[in-house]
Design a protein around this ligand. Structure first.
Ligand code: DC
Length: 226
């Protein structure tokens, strides 16, 4: 059986996850937030005081098991488990935001997580968001989007999101962190953030959630193989 993969890549805080989750819900596809996997890995590294330059990094990370536990009724909703511990809330903390791009730039970590991401797409219809989904993880995705939005709008959206989750939402911290992450993500050697040649550039700065979902659903309905 052939499964459909939909990739949604783009800059930090562009609304990729919101779009991907809502799309998965409507299509009844599995939603995979690949960024959450890099965040869970970062959480493990912090918790275990692991030095990213340690020669034994491969051994130290060997025992890390990251997986999603999807809601049986709703495949767009999932918890993320790190060695079977639910870390869904912890991975959104600022201490994770500060190191996650450095962690995600390590080739060995990317190889491990890309494999897990590809495995989800082999046995499920998936909507996956991230940075390298259309270029590396699913180069044959049936729909590929590269999402972008105006910088001020992205900062405001991240502030609103953090407020709603009762997380710190300092304007300057968010502005600097988003800019730094985008720079590291776009300039790393392995799986950099870039638009796949056949991806559709989608600027959602002036679209509501409802409008962007309707546009992307229309596109998916034209492309998806049933
Ligand atoms: O989507 P996010 O902000 O939760 O992602 C967190 C970090 O993980 C982001 O700064 C870059 C990295 N990431 C990546 O390198 N590749 C992916 N496919 C997804 C995320």
């Amino acid at each position: 059986m052939l499964y459909n993969q939909i990739s949604i890549d783009g800059y930090a805080a562009c609304g990729k996850s919101t779009l991907a989750r809502e799309l998965a819900k409507r299509l009844k596809y599995l939603y995979i937030d690949s960024g959450a996997m890099y965040r869970a890995m970062s959480y493990y590294i912090i918790q275990n005081n692991i030095d990213l330059n340690d020669d034994r990094l491969a051994d130290l990370l060997n025992s890390v098991n990251i997986r999603f536990q999807h809601d049986k009724e709703d495949p767009s909703s999932a918890l993320i488990l790190l060695n079977e511990e639910d870390v869904t809330l912890q991975i959104r903390l600022n201490e994770i935001n500060e190191i996650v791009s450095q962690v995600a730039a390590i080739p060995m970590i990317r190889r491990k997580l890309v494999k897990l991401q590809q495995a989800y797409g082999k046995t499920n219809n998936v909507v996956m968001d991230g940075r390298d989904i259309g270029t590396v993880v699913f180069p044959k995705a049936v729909v590929k989007l590269f999402v972008t939005a105006n910088q001020e709008i992205r900062i405001q959206r991240r502030m609103e999101e953090n407020k709603s989750k009762e997380l710190p939402y300092d304007y300057d911290f968010i502005k600097t962190n988003l800019a730094e992450r985008d720079k590291i993500d776009s300039t790393r050697k392995d799986g950099p953030l870039k638009q796949a040649e056949d991806a559709i550039l989608f600027d959602n700065s002036h679209l509501s959630r409802k409008e962007q979902l309707a546009m992307v659903l229309a596109l998916c309905n034209c492309r998806i193989i049933h």
